[in-house]
Ligand binder design. Structure first.
Ligand SMILES: [Zn+2]
Length: 116
């Protein structure tokens, strides 16, 4: 990986991190304003399923945020760009599409579709 690609990827990671942190702050504000309107108990079931979806989304964002932080740490340690599973270099094209990815395409596909 050349320095220009790495600088570009680092910028993408920092932007993604800011975006995710922003989202977390907004979500927290939503929860606070929700708690202020507890008086209305009509249709609680519907509200609950909405909330479950929200928490699933938030958990996914947390995983992405962790991966972004790990990727930034690896850039600092000069260890960025290789697959955590097989150790092969991940192609720059894939890293630019998903800079926080931990695995090469082959390992990712095997993780998503395990052989039976
Ligand atoms: Zn791999």
């Amino acid at each position: 990986m050349n320095k220009k690609d790495l600088a570009e990827i680092k910028k993408l990671l920092i932007e993604k991190k800011a975006e995710l942190l922003n989202k977390t702050n907004n979500a927290q504000r939503d929860i606070d304003s929700d708690n202020m309107n507890v008086g209305d108990e009509i249709d609680t079931a519907g509200q609950n399923s909405d909330k479950e979806m929200f928490f699933e989304l938030a958990a996914g964002d947390k995983i992405t945020l962790n991966a972004v932080n790990d990727a930034l740490a690896k850039i600092e340690k000069d260890a960025y760009g290789s697959c955590e599973c097989c150790g092969e270099d991940i192609p720059a094209k894939r890293l630019k599409a998903i800079p926080w990815t931990r695995y090469c395409i082959k390992c990712q596909e095997e993780a998503e579709n395990p052989k039976r």
